[in-house]
Design a protein around this ligand. Structure first.
Ligand code: A3P
Length: 308
């Protein structure tokens, strides 16, 4: 009872703090909208020195990055849950181009302080990735998600995360997205750019929907890409510990202690399903988006599953 009251107080205090925070400011690097603080120190990010044994997890925001990160960390630790719970995911795997409100240094500083082998995260479009990742031939895992669920997830994330712009109403956000005015750029350019790059670089390109439908198969793919060989029971353990329900309860993967996020507005691990867009898109928006999709995807072999 006392504990419950204490938790309630903490929640109310953090909600109050969240209410007092201002939204971040934004600017552009080569036409891509990024946090202003990131743009201000862009040279430092662009000149980041990758190492040959770095592993990079890249994605468009809300594509299933955290899910992939936790899978990778468990594979690297042979399925040992205690090891994977050593720290929150954002500290285990630095987020390259992220500058928190409460910190003066960016993810690259965390990366620079970290011993090798390092696993890093980025949402940068392929053309903005620091060149040293290509020069050092680093392994990269790119995770992509169907655009409709991806954008619905992004909308709710922008509502709850003060590091990002206020998305306004869903209808307003939908227009913003079609105009390509989102942080980290257009979904179309992002997924197509990384898809093309995999022809000339060691990139494992995976899909949220595939992990959802057959997690063990995708986890095995990642394991092989990392050059590991884990037994079947370890793979089963990883499937279980990276399921939505377990990750939602895991304080090391649910971002509950981030002061910029208000989980009462929308939890970080929100629904974790395929097809949630059907509840958000109007019929007219669906038609308009389908036309936009056809037009933008005409020049790629990449395709997405949008149905559960
Ligand atoms: P929803 O908002 O649709 O629920 P990212 O990590 O790139 O920010 O992506 C977050 C999205 O991935 C959220 O989508 C979140 O719920 C979903 N997600 C995270 N872990 C998951 C898991 N274990 N299983 C299914 N979906 C997961």
């Amino acid at each position: 009872m006392v504990e419950e009251m204490a938790n309630d107080k903490v929640e109310k205090t953090s909600e109050l703090q969240w209410g007092l925070l201002c939204r971040g400011e934004f600017s552009q690097v080569n036409g891509i909208i990024l946090q202003k603080k990131v743009c201000d120190c862009w040279d430092k990010i662009w000149n980041f020195q990758a190492k040959p044994d770095d592993l990079l997890i890249a994605s468009y925001p809300k594509a299933g990055t955290t899910w992939t990160q936790e899978i990778v960390d468990l594979i690297q630790n042979d399925g040992d849950i205690e090891k994977s719970r050593r720290a929150p995911i954002q500290l285990r795997q630095p987020f390259l181009e992220c500058i928190k409100m409460t910190k003066i240094f960016a993810g690259i500083d965390e990366a620079n302080m970290m011993p090798s082998p390092r696993t890093l995260k980025t949402h940068l479009p392929v053309q903005l990735l620091p060149p040293s990742f290509w020069e050092e031939n680093c392994k990269i895992i790119y995770v992509a998600r169907n655009p409709k669920d991806n954008l619905v997830s992004y909308y709710h994330f922008q509502r709850m995360n003060k590091l990002l712009p206020d998305p306004g109403s869903w209808d307003e956000y939908f227009e913003t997205v079609l105009a390509g005015n989102v942080v980290w750029g257009s979904w179309f350019d992002h997924v197509k750019g990384w898809w093309k790059k995999k022809d000339s670089h060691p990139i494992l390109y995976i899909f949220y929907e595939d992990i959802m439908k057959d997690p063990k198969c995708e986890i095995r793919k990642i394991m092989e890409f990392l050059g590991k060989n884990l037994k079947e029971d370890v793979l089963d353990k990883i499937v279980y510990n990276t399921s939505f329900d377990i990750m939602k309860k895991n304080p090391m993967t649910n971002y509950l202690n981030e002061i910029t996020m208000n989980h009462n507005l929308s939890p970080f691990l929100r629904k974790g399903i395929i097809g949630d867009w059907k509840k958000q898109f109007t019929e007219a928006q669906n038609k308009q988006f389908n036309e936009c999709y056809e037009k933008n995807m005409a020049d790629t072999s990449l395709s997405f599953c949008m149905e559960p």
